[in-house]
Write a protein that binds this ligand. Sequence first.
Ligand code: F6P
Length: 577
Amino acid sequence: MAVNSADVKTSPNKNTMKKTITDSAAWKQLEQHFKQTQSQHMRDLFEANPDRYKDFHIQLDDILLDYSKNRITEETRQLLINLAKESGVEEWREKMFAGEHINVTEDRAVLHVALRNRCNKPMLVDGVDVMPDVNRVLDKMEIFSDSVRSGLLRGYNGERFKSIINIGIGGSDLGPQVVCESMKPFAQRGLNAYFVSNADSTHLQETLKQVEPESTLFVISSKSFTTQETMLNAVSAKKWFLDLVGGDKAIAKHFVAVTNNIEAATDFGITADNIYEIWDWVGGRYSLWSAIGLPIALYLGMDHFEELLDGAHVMDHHFKEAPLEENMPVIMAMLGVWYNNFHQSQSHAVMPYSQYLRRLPAYLQQLDMESNGKTIDREGERVEYLTGPIIWGEPGTNGQHAFFQLLHQGTKPVPADFIVPCISQSPMGNHHRVLVANCFAQTRALMHGKTTSEALDQMRDEGVSDDVIDELFAHKVFDGNKPTNTILFEKLTPKTLGSILALYEHKVFVQGVIWNINSFDQMGVEYGKELAGDIQGELSHRDETKNYDSSTNALINYRKDIYYNHFDRRDYDKDNK
Ligand code: F6P
């Protein structure tokens, strides 16, 4: 399917006749194969091969990926792996681990794998081993988090820290947040972690209502230290703190920063000792493994943070070494390509059957959509195929009572990942058995469906009259053949979570390679930011705005009318009391 053509032309110097992945032999074979197999039903594939599960699963430590409930045969898998090979997945993987500047538009290395390089062998960026820096910052994080957690380091008046407020957005929020939320059972008693990201002051205000300045530690997390929302919240938090506490010297005990922009953090008033460094080769949405993970170390302890790194390292090693056919991230990526580019599915759902993982879909949205939501390829040409899907999801079982209807009987194909632990971190009565049963029931129902004869038999068994059967049976039929992956593991521990997050990072990486896009920039976010700056200026005065299209002008002017009238009336009421 061709994406919409737009009036933006790529450079006249570029070779518009260049060959793309869709011209490759592997792609063409997959197109052919798709035509031949698109009417196959997974029900029949399971019937024809009683060992289907055996043939289509991968296990890594306690993590099991069952991908047998996908619309594939062994031939499909082989063709997809051929495509991965032909696209250069192995070569690009080498380049990433070798610290080459694969972020071509920003001319940077992409080396988040060095942050969890637990075997500590040298990893080079521009010929320099980054491991001494990585270890230095990890040591600094350990000393600080241990001191805060033990009560050695306290607030300005000697009170123990009870609240950590992370102020950041995007990767500087979602990464540490998904880990802290998922790992609550490992948190230290009496210590709370809060995450403030939104420019809407409600977010900060409602958080501040829950804490006391004397026992609150603020972590200002921003790689750039220029992000508008983060700076807005950081300045307001500092003002709140100073208004209540007074005295700039207290800031040194209550504010730390994580950034690549040491100068800006210093200008903000944070002392050098309280600045935790990250590097330009750490992308924002890949940064939770760096000092951006400081709230994780504070909330869960450095030992748990290191277990998280260990888990990611296990997945890195697997991704680097396992043959593509047995490689979890590669298989998940190629299944995604199969649905995205051949079945033309537009979205991909993620259903964690774990309340602790409730923020995982939001985290994966940034990871995947900011990485692969691109239309221009690495050579600056417009792509002619679909790239990154829309990622969405909710924890099970909640989703079942909201949008699963569409998954089962809607007209849109939605491949989905179901993620579930075998053992609960918070066991209570029968809850977990019910949860797991629902998860397995959903993937079974989505795969198998319910045939007309099964629906009829069931209605007859239930004693439904023939008239009602005639009227209703079509509504009781489920097509099935809806693909799912199931990721099953022993228990949600820091190590397992580390592996799962790294699994998705590498999946996104592989897909970016197939689509020949740079997964490591995010220029699409910039335009909105520029315009917001202009419009902010427009909103700051009463004169009518005429600079934009009629819709934008009208919205700005409508808000101005209401806003300024509101304040005028308030002043009038006050003066006339
Ligand atoms: O949304 C754009 C983005 O640059 C993300 O990639 C990043 O995670 C987020 O903003 C926050 O950036 P920073 O850490 O520089 O404040």
